[in-house]
Ligand binder design. Sequence first.
Ligand code: PEP
Ligand code: MN
Length: 263
Amino acid sequence: LVSRKKHPENTLVEVNGQNIGDGKPHFVFGPCAVESYEQVAQVARHLQQKGLKLLRGGAYKPRTSPYDFQGLGVEGLKILKQVSREYNLAVISEIVNPADIEMAEEYLDVIQIGARNMQNFELLKAAGQASKPILLKRGIAATIEEFINAAEYIMSQGNGNIILCERGIRTYEKATRNTLDITAVPILKQETHLPVMVDVTHSTGRRDLLIPAAKAALAIGADGVMAEVHPDPAVALSDSAQQMNLKQFDHFFNEITATSFVR
Ligand code: PEP
Ligand code: MN
């Protein structure tokens, strides 16, 4: 169902007046995790002032260590909903439990499935029955074929509003947190009709690489870029080393929107 051979036209995923997949770049920014109303609202205000439409923030955080901050759960979703109304931003957040998908539809505009859950088939099936678009991240060690099959799981249940998101894969290279597989973007665009975004924060894990990685993503044909922004990354409860503060974000956003990328 996701194959471009069967369906040559691009799928457009409509979110808050944006048609993701229309050939223009779309942006998803926001903190790694929802920590408080004020923290999310500060970022939301900043994004709204720039005319941006999509806000991210994790409420259920699949952390590598059980002792790390696990997210605010449904309280986090409520904060996102409130901020979404106040700032006219669509909100995107990860859901990790199939049983929470239905509940999450009340709070979220886009449901994210994270890298660690790309092959959680029960979660994929539940997402396939949701009425909201799904942002599906590539698994930490998933091949492109496995990634496409995960999208197929969702679509086979009836939900065709899927955004694929390359977020780096695990290799032997240690200079970056993950290895950004940049050619996955044109391959996914050729093989499927779905929009493809690139998460520059989790792929690089390095603030100094966010601008070149985002430029590369747009130049190679990505439909959008995701990056993490926090009012004060030094005190962030997760991904403190790679989130941008608002000033760094201004520079990042100016840089990546200054060039028009030839497709
Ligand atoms: C995230 O986007 O919050 C996240 C945890 O990313 P990933 O699933 O790609 O690691
Ligand atoms: Mn993060």
